[in-house]
Ligand binder design. Structure first.
Ligand SMILES: [Zn+2]
Ligand SMILES: [Zn+2]
Length: 271
């Protein structure tokens, strides 16, 4: 599957869910436009020069910022559109570069505004995914890392990013769980009964919540560290695309927050 085809599938899924779920329609309509922008970012100069070095993708991200902010001021929800206008005037290139480098090294910046974090993450994703896919191709024979730090906290085996959503797949009589990286979309296996944020593994304090409104989405919480991550159950909806279906189920995030849980990693739209 080419990079463009992966983006096309996300765009198509977002449009389809937007038509089905009125509550999430504005979010998904914007996401479809965003994903279109992200896809074009990668193919505008051909995928071949994407992987030269980390340096060159940073340069290409910097170069894309002005037209991305312009796109946001036209197409984003009101608050983000207004923030994009401000960022056009107020944020220096050096500031962007620093933020991109920190993100690229797997360290999310806590001092950046949510809007700046969004810009960096959105522009980084297509390059991070291309790099991850190329790495996977070239390391096919290597022993795969299991995506856990020594204290059993989940991090992407390719870019050290945090997981944004999980997946459940049927396997024989049981189901296999995996996690998906927020930055490069790499999927890696993860035990069912281990909290990805703190490594806690006591079944009784890892409750799973579900709602009839979203039969394929599970809110997998941890009462030890009070975090949660949503997991998409492919046995309930084989056509689901995890990162898109995660966005479509935003009412579950509002619910989880009301219960006092914090998300392991906010999604691209900072929810
Ligand atoms: Zn990653
Ligand atoms: Zn936990």
């Amino acid at each position: 599957v080419t990079h463009a085809a992966r983006w096309d599938a996300r765009i198509a899924r977002a449009r389809e869910l937007a038509a089905r779920q009125p509550v999430a329609k504005p979010i998904l309509t914007f996401y479809a436009a965003l994903a279109e922008f992200q896809k074009n970012l990668l193919i505008s100069r051909g995928p071949d020069d994407v992987l030269e070095s980390a340096e060159s993708s940073t340069d290409r991200i910097i170069e894309a910022i002005p037209r991305f902010l312009e796109f946001l001021s036209r197409s984003a929800p009101a608050q983000l559109a207004a923030a994009a206008e401000m960022m056009r005037d107020d944020v220096a290139t050096t500031e962007w570069r620093e933020l991109i480098d920190r993100y690229g090294a797997g360290h999310e910046s806590t001092d950046a505004s949510p809007e700046m974090a969004f810009v960096v993450e959105a522009l980084l994703q297509p390059f991070a995914e291309a790099t991850a896919l190329a790495l996977k191709d070239s390391n096919r024979d290597d022993e795969p890392r299991d995506g856990a730090t020594s204290n059993r906290i989940a991090e992407c085996p390719l870019c050290s990013g945090k997981p944004v959503v999980g997946l459940l797949r049927e396997e024989g009589q049981s189901a296999r769980r995996s996690l998906i990286c927020a930055t490069c979309f790499t999927e890696w296996p993860w035990p069912r009964i281990v909290c990805p944020a703190c490594g806690h593994d006591v079944f009784e304090s890892l409750p799973v919540y579900q709602s009839e409104a979203f039969p394929a989405v599970r809110v997998e919480a941890c009462d030890a560290c009070k975090t949660y991550i949503k997991t998409i159950d492919l046995s309930k909806d084989p056509l689901a695309i995890a990162i898109v279906d995660e966005l479509a189920s935003v009412p579950l995030d509002l619910w989880a927050r009301e219960q006092g849980y914090t998300k392991v990693k906010a999604n691209i739209l900072r929810m």
